[in-house]
Design a protein around this ligand. Sequence first.
Ligand SMILES: [Zn+2]
Length: 187
Amino acid sequence: MPLPIAHGLVGAIVVALGRPQGTLNRDWHVLLLGSVFAISPDFDFFLIQGLHFGRGLHRGFSHSILAAFIVTASMLAVLGISHLRNVLALGAAFLSHGLLDFLTTKRGGGVELLWPFLRERFKLGLIGFSEFPVGFSLKEVIKASLIELVVFVPILLAVLLIRELVFRSLNSKRKAQSNDSVKPTMI
Ligand SMILES: [Zn+2]
């Protein structure tokens, strides 16, 4: 059960990959939004706590591929096709939540990835990530949070660094091309 730290970092990584020519200076707010989108499927906890839905709701529809599709289609309807790249990146960040839970769940209940077509809960079970078999304790949560930071922060930094280098190299090529085009031709 990855914590919001892992989901948020993965969301930012997904958005950064979806905007390969972006730079942190120009699109930090989109990356931040990607983190929020990637965390948001766990907001089903609010429905369970606040509106007293059963605990079975957790990892249900909000973690499904269909929910990610609905979120993406709704954003596209509101923002329009001119924002397609950002909308797809944010939709992918939302989808990353259910997929990360699926990939990293060993002991806990799986994810209703194919809701409502299949109510089965899926989990890959290869590794158990941030799972708390004997209940939450502050010490365990801090330990899991630190592990998530150590695993995902370097990946995010590497992606951001590569993007920055790609941007600089494209920029210098563009500048060189525009300088060439304004040079007076010698006869
Ligand atoms: Zn979740």
